[in-house]
Design a protein around this ligand. Structure first.
Ligand code: AMP
Ligand code: MG
Length: 419
């Protein structure tokens, strides 16, 4: 029997539509990371992308030190529980003691250097210290001590000369702490990405203004700004653009002149009032796709001058979802980040879903049910229902033609990992 191999396009059951996977590929292939770098102070480096490999010039920790408040000893002196030793010195953090004589102990505190000769720390809870005129300063160690216990070794976190972080790493809070721990105060990062936005639609109005009949508020602007801010982009906001070809062409030209990337919402369908597509064709190159995806079927991608262009749909949930699935990866790659693919984690469905023709992104939440992590859905999954995105903590990805039954393992994309 002959097996027929199907391409991703064939598997997508809607003719004329391309798959999500293909769309991501087509977008990323055009994304060339920005080249310019700038030096930043570590205080201003959150979310920036590292432009160089950073090495450590020191060991971290820089010296063997105590992991506990307790007593530094030679383990050979404490091979039976109840060993009694004279306490000959006191070493708080920030001070260096003297070599520990055989048969003695040093009072020591967390972070203080382990004195020469000592090879273990006994936590104070296992010791009894007596300091009086009759006996002098003595400690009874109520445990058998193993060499190396409670000692943090020099260089166990980072060894001198090692690469601490590589170019392409996006700096989160923990990376900033790590760089600080090796004493780095300034380093090179990629320059910030300039993203121009505008929002099409004669019906949309800025919040704070009254609404006339037939008008709606421009929610997409705020969703998009929030996403772009979270991704540390420099935003050039060109506001609301009326549904005319002339206005759209003008603003698109202006947007492309000053930005690395232009992102718009609405006007990318094939309706009579949709001018983004035509404006793009006039000024640059258009790759207009109907993507086998729900929400977010129409997405325009292309180039105007030096700027890349991404025309997101108008529906508020579609904007949010298409940004997370396409624009996010595009921005990360342009920013020079190494890691731009969204992570899926397997969870258990707490719902049924029929087989579908377009890959779906359902707004979902994880709950703990009988000690299992299960995904539940917002009851109304319409592409205009923005409450679903606010209620949710992530997206469930449903592949074409795959029926989901309660209890099935499914792929979940947490918003936490996305922005
Ligand atoms: P369009 O793609 O322009 O036909 O828009 C699709 C739907 O999204 C319509 O219902 C629009 O009213 C709505 N929409 C477009 N732009 C926005 C926006 N900026 N904020 C909220 N809804 C919008
Ligand atoms: Mg419109």
């Amino acid at each position: 029997m002959k097996t027929i191999k199907t391409s991703a396009a064939d598997r997508c059951a809607s003719p004329g539509l391309i798959s999500v996977e293909q769309a991501i590929e087509k977008i990323l292939v055009q994304a060339v990371p920005v080249e310019q770098v700038e030096q930043v102070d570590i205080l201003d480096a959150l979310n920036r992308v590292l432009a160089e490999d950073l090495h450590s010039t020191i060991d971290v920790p820089g010296y063997d030190n105590s992991a506990m408040d307790g007593f530094a000893v030679r383990s050979e002196d404490c091979q039976v529980s109840g060993s009694v030793l004279p306490v000959t010195q006191r070493i708080p953090a920030g001070q260096v003691g003297t070599a520990l004589e055989a048969g003695s102990a040093a009072r020591i505190f967390t972070g203080a250097p382990v004195p020469e000769g000592a090879d273990a720390i006994v936590m104070q809870e296992l010791c009894q210290q007596v300091d009086d005129e009759k006996q002098g300063n003595m400690v009874t160690v109520n445990t058998v001590v193993k060499a190396g216990s409670n000692v943090r070794r020099a260089g166990e976190d980072i060894a001198k000369g090692c690469v601490v972080l590589r170019a392409g790493k996006r700096l989160r809070a923990q990376e900033l702490g790590l760089l600080a721990s090796v004493g780095l105060a300034k380093f090179n990062v990629k320059r910030r990405l300039k993203v121009a936005t505008f929002f099409t639609g004669d019906e949309i109005v800025t919040p704070g203004q009254p609404l006339a009949a037939g008008q709606i508020y421009n929610s997409n602007r705020y969703t998009l700004r929030g996403l772009l801010q979270a991704m540390d982009c420099e935003i050039i906001d060109l506001g609301i653009v009326p549904d005319t070809l002339e206005a759209t062409v003008n603003v698109l030209e202006q947007a492309a002149a000053g930005a690395d990337l232009v992102i718009t919402s609405g006007g990318v369908s094939v309706g009579e009032e949709d001018y983004v597509r035509i404006a793009l064709e006039k000024l640059g190159e258009l790759s207009m796709w109907r993507i086998a995806m729900k929400p977010g079927k129409p997405v325009a991608f292309g180039k105007v001058g030096e700027a890349l262009f991404m025309g997101l749909p108008g529906n508020p949930v579609s904007v949010f979802v298409t940004f997370l699935i396409f624009t996010r990866a595009l921005i990360l790659k342009l920013q020079g980040a190494e890691d731009y693919h969204a992570k899926r984690v397997p969870v258990i469905a707490d719902f049924d879903w029929p087989p579908i023709k377009r890959q779906e992104y359902l707004r979902a939440r994880l709950v703990n049910k009988d000690n299992k992590v299960m995904a539940q859905l917002y009851p109304h999954q319409g592409s205009g229902v923005l409450s679903s995105a606010s209620w949710a903590d992530g997206l469930v990805e449903v592949m074409v033609g795959k029926e989901i039954k309660k209890g099935d393992i499914i792929d979940y994309l947490s918003f936490e990992g996305l922005f």
